[in-house]
Design a protein around this ligand. Structure first.
Ligand code: AMP
Ligand code: MG
Length: 410
């Protein structure tokens, strides 16, 4: 089943609101086995909208819309569907009664212009909307379907979950989807694409490659008549992806690095402390996003200047000799914070967030040191980008190396 989404509203085209409705619906369709081919945004204009519906009905089995169902003159979704189908809107007494009752319950009379929310065309039935005044339209004609939903996200998602998705699920004849998200870190999107290139040609299961702040995510998706067949199809492809991506894989589906690191520390009864320079406390912040992190996180120091590094136990001579952004200083930061906080593991992060060079080192140069009292390891990295991106990547990188180290530690 081929679907397309039309998001309706002039405010979308003015950049005043972001089309979260389309993103939501797009995320919902794979689980129904519905293929999404187009998303368009169209302003509140009868002619252009009617054209959009005519084009959509010529190429898609299902057209999902949001917006333009309000009572005001500029809300013309119903009028446009009627025009595209050559049908006439007629007020439905039952819907009108329902609408008037809604306003009575609110203690106000119904403004007369709201009556158009009680109309239908012969090919449409009303989709109930307990969250607002405007019912949706479910239109079936010539084997095509239009589901017109309200614009406010709360109303739209409610109508989708309770009315539209269940109807589509019946129509798709039970095609189900199994999908697994594989999360990697450490190599760029182009390289991942190259490594997976033979596998990317497959279309069931298929693989999608997405660049995210915590690395490259790979979504493996399989379609089949039943869930178990879809799972059976999915599993061998996931194995191939894991074999190809090797050590870069750090998690699946809803996993986050901070949660995995936290769980490992807890399981091993170990504690952690951080000393950060270029990340400005972001690492400690992300670690403490996890509920219960006080069980294993002792604390952190943001030693942004050399004076604070020295006051926090880093030998000033090392800074003078190698520079604050150096393997030696990262190592000293990890060791100092580990000792001072009485933690089992210390992490030191020092680097250049940019935009200018520092000590002749380019923005994106970062040294991450992890000291677990047995050995200290330093991971030099270079990820160019904007300040916020460098800080975010350095944080992710520290957590990634910490996770690998904890997994390898008895
Ligand atoms: P409408 O039903 O077109 O009158 O839209 C009512 C309100 O819903 C708009 O003012 C927006 O705040 C919100 N809205 C409409 N369309 C979208 C959309 N595609 N994504 C997110 N919000 C939307
Ligand atoms: Mg609108």
């Amino acid at each position: 089943m081929k679907a397309e989404i039309i998001s309706i509203g002039t405010e979308l085209l003015m950049g005043q609101i972001v089309d979260t409705n389309a993103a939501y619906l797009a995320g919902q369709l794979p689980a129904l086995g519905v293929d999404l081919y187009f998303i368009s945004q169209v302003g509140d204009n009868l002619g252009r909208l009617a054209d959009a519906f005519t084009r959509a009905l010529a190429r898609s089995d299902v057209v999902l819309t949001s917006g333009g169902l309000g009572p005001t003159e500029d809300d013309v979704t119903r009028e446009s569907i009627a025009a595209a189908l050559g049908e006439t809107m007629v007020v439905q007494p039952e819907l009108e009664r329902h609408l008037r009752a809604f306003f009575t319950r609110r203690g106000t009379g119904m403004p007369e212009r709201n009556v158009k929310q009680a109309t239908l065309i012969p090919s449409a039935t009303a989709i109930p909307n307990p969250k607002g005044t405007a019912p949706g339209w479910w239109v079936e004609k010539n084997g095509r379907i239009i589901a017109a939903m309200p614009g406010p996200p709360r109303e739209m998602t409610y109508m989708w979950e309770n009315e539209v998705a269940p109807r589509l699920r019946k129509l798709t004849g039970g095609v189900t989807i199994a999908s697994r998200l594989v999360k990697t870190f450490g190599i760029g999107e182009g390289k991942v694409d190259e490594m997976l290139s033979p596998l990317l040609k497959s279309n069931n299961p298929s693989i999608g490659v997405y660049a995210k702040p915590d690395g490259i995510h790979l979504r493996v998706t399989a379609k089949a008549a039943t869930q178990s067949e879809a799972e059976a199809l999915l599993q061998p492809m996931v194995e191939k992806v894991l074999a190809t991506m090797g050590e870069t894989v750090w998690g699946f589906d809803g996993d986050t690095l901070e949660t995995s690191v936290g769980a490992l520390l807890k399981a091993k009864g170990l504690t952690l402390a951080t000393m950060e320079s270029c990340t400005g406390g972001l690492l400690a912040s992300v670690i403490t996003d996890v509920p219960g992190s006080s069980d294993y996180f002792k604390g952190g120091v943001v030693s942004y200047t050399n004076e604070v590094k020295a006051a926090s136990g880093v030998d000033a001579k090392l800074i003078a000799e190698h520079g604050a952004v150096s393997e030696q200083v990262a190592r000293a930061m990890a060791a100092a914070v580990r000792t001072r906080c009485g933690a089992d593991i210390g992490v030191g992060v020092t680097g250049v967030a940019g935009p200018s060079e520092m000590e002749g080192k380019r923005p994106g140069t970062v040294f991450i040191a992890i000291d677990d009292g047995r050995a200290a390891r330093v991971f030099p990295t270079f990820w160019p980008g904007e300040r916020s991106v460098i800080k975010r990547r350095a944080t992710t990188s520290a957590l990634f190396h910490l996770k690998k180290l904890l997994e390898g530690r008895a």
